[in-house]
Design a protein around this ligand. Structure first.
Ligand code: ADP
Ligand code: MG
Ligand code: ZN
Length: 224
C-alpha cells in the first residue's frame, strides 16, 4: 500500500474528504471537534474513526491517562460508545508510541486533547505534513469559561473545526459551557456524574473565588 506521502487521488475518482477532482499529493488534514462536556465530542470522534476503519484506513487512537473514568484501554462517550485507545501520560509518551509505527498509521485520533500540553500543536503540524489525518477532540473552555489550552491553537491551525453544543441542564437551550457543580475547583477533575453539567450562556455561573476575603475595588472609570 502506498504511504500517505506518496498516495495520489486520480482525477475523477472518489477522493473521500477531498472530493473527486484532486490530483496532487494527498495532503494531511487536521480536524478539531470541540464544545462543552456532554456535547458529543467523543461520540463524533468515535464515529469518524469507525468510518475510517470501515474505509480500511489504519487508525491509532489515544487519550490522556487522566481520563480513565469508563475504560483504561478505550475512549468512551457518555452514551457508552467505545473505541480501543492507547492511554498516554503526555505528548512525549504519545510520540514514543506513535512514531515507531507511523508508517502503518494513516489516521490519528486523540480524545480529551485539552489535557495534553502545548507541544500537541507542533506534533499535529508534523503529522499533517507527513500526510496523516489528525482528529482531535477536546473541551474549548474550562469551567471558568476561559479558553482551555491547547485547544484554541489547534482550532487556529485546523482544516476543519466542529463546535458542538450540549443541552443546558437548567433550561434546555443549546449549551456552550461546562458548569462545575459543588466546591472542588481543581482544573483537572475528570467528569463524573454530578460534578459537571452543560449550561447555556444565560444559566452558566462561572467560578468565583469564594475564599476571597476582600472585594477588589473597581477602577474609577467603571463606577456608576
Ligand atoms: P463529550 O465527549 O462532548 O463530553 P459524549 O460524546 O461523551 O460527549 O456524550 C454525548 C452524549 O451524552 C449524548 O449523546 C447524550 O446521550 C448524553 N448527554 C448527557 N447529558 C447531556 C446533555 N446535557 N446534553 C447533551 N447530551 C447529553
Ligand atoms: Mg468526551
Ligand atoms: Zn440554560
Amino acid at each position: 500500500m502506498a504511504t500517505a506521502q506518496t498516495a495520489r487521488i486520480h482525477p475523477g475518482t472518489c477522493g473521500g474528504t477531498y472530493g473527486g477532482t484532486y490530483s496532487g499529493t494527498l495532503p494531511g488534514r487536521i480536524e478539531v471537534i470541540t464544545g462543552p462536556m456532554f456535547s458529543g465530542k467523543s461520540e463524533e470522534l468515535i464515529r469518524r474513526l469507525k468510518r475510517a476503519q470501515i474505509a480500511k484506513r489504519r487508525v491509532a487512537c489515544f487519550k490522556p491517562d487522566l481520563d480513565v473514568r469508563y475504560n483504561r484501554t478505550a475512549i468512551a462517550s457518555h452514551s457508552a460508545q467505545t473505541l480501543d485507545a492507547v492511554t498516554i501520560a503526555n505528548v512525549e509518551e504519545l510520540k514514543a508510541v506513535l512514531l515507531p509505527r507511523l508508517d502503518e498509521i494513516e489516521v490519528v485520533g486523540v480524545d480529551e486533547a485539552q489535557f495534553l500540553e502545548a507541544s500537541l500543536v507542533k506534533l499535529a503540524n508534523e503529522l499533517v505534513h507527513l500526510g496523516k489525518r489528525v482528529i482531535l477532540a477536546g473541551l474549548d473552555t474550562t469551567f471558568t469559561g476561559e479558553p482551555f489550552p491547547p485547544i484554541p491553537e489547534l482550532l487556529a491551525i485546523a482544516d476543519e473545526v466542529v463546535k458542538l453544543s450540549a443541552v443546558c441542564m437548567q433550561c434546555g437551550a443549546p449549551a456552550i459551557h461546562t458548569q462545575r457543580l459543588g466546591s472542588n475547583q481543581a482544573l483537572v477533575v475528570v467528569g463524573a456524574a454530578g460534578v459537571y453539567e452543560a449550561r447555556c450562556r444565560a444559566c452558566f455561573q462561572p467560578w468565583v473565588d469564594e475564599h476571597a476575603t476582600e472585594q477588589m475595588a473597581l477602577p474609577v472609570s467603571a463606577r456608576g
